[in-house]
Design a protein around this ligand. Structure first.
Ligand code: AMP
Length: 188
């Protein structure tokens, strides 16, 4: 079983790479950002709450994420495993994920961090914002706030999993196939 955390700052290519990796390894892709956007699209109470934070570039509180992720795991059993994209984003989320997987007799097997510098991220996200209809991709101030949130709250998750020997880095610059091959070399 593979339980891969695809890690890296916003705009590092996690979602795009996840799509290719899931089909290659028969995994289930869980993106908390996509789950929130689905809730927002349906104007649910959870979506309305998440939107307040997302539009400012802030992280949605842990308790909201953890419950949502646990529901998704319960509803999509997959013996081959999962790709977690955009989760965990804090140490508390990482601890909760470990507990959930432990309860299922498994654990995080790999964390791959896509390495992309800040200025490249801002450029990519502003470009994506022209077509993605994501309000958080259309404003440079919000994009920079997301990078600050990543550096302050999310990047420690790399060290957390490094202590148990599963964290690795892959260069996230280059075309899709090149980046995929770097990830594939680590996973296979
Ligand atoms: P993403 O689609 O992964 O870029 O996420 C978009 C936004 O959703 C983030 O900027 C956060 O506001 C929120 N979000 C997604 N996943 C999480 C998470 N695991 N913890 C906190 N906030 C999250």
């Amino acid at each position: 079983m593979i339980n891969l955390i695809l890690f890296g700052p916003p705009g590092s290519g996690k979602g795009t790479q996840a799509t290719t990796i899931v089909s290659k390894f028969d995994l289930t892709h869980i993106s908390t950002g996509d789950l929130f956007r689905y809730e927002i699209g349906n104007d649910t109470p959870l979506g309305r709450k998440a939107k307040e934070y997302m539009n400012k570039g802030s992280l949605v509180p842990d308790e909201v994420n953890i419950g949502m992720l646990e529901n998704k795991l319960n509803n999509t059993p997959n013996p081959h495993g999962y790709i977690f994209d955009g989760f965990p984003r804090t140490i508390a989320q990482a601890e909760a994920l470990d507990k959930m997987l432990e309860g299922r007799g498994t654990k995080v097997t790999d964390l791959i961090a896509l390495d992309v510098d800040d200025e490249e991220i801002v450029k990519r996200l502003l470009e994506r914002g022209k077509t993605s209809e994501r309000p958080d991709d259309q404003n440079e101030e919000v994009i920079r706030k997301r990078i600050v949130e990543y550096n302050e709250k999310t990047s420690p998750v790399y060290e957390y999993y490094d202590k148990v020997g599963v964290s690795k880095k892959a260069n996230g610059i280059g075309d899709l196939a090149d980046v995929f091959n770097r990830i594939y070399d680590i996973l296979k």
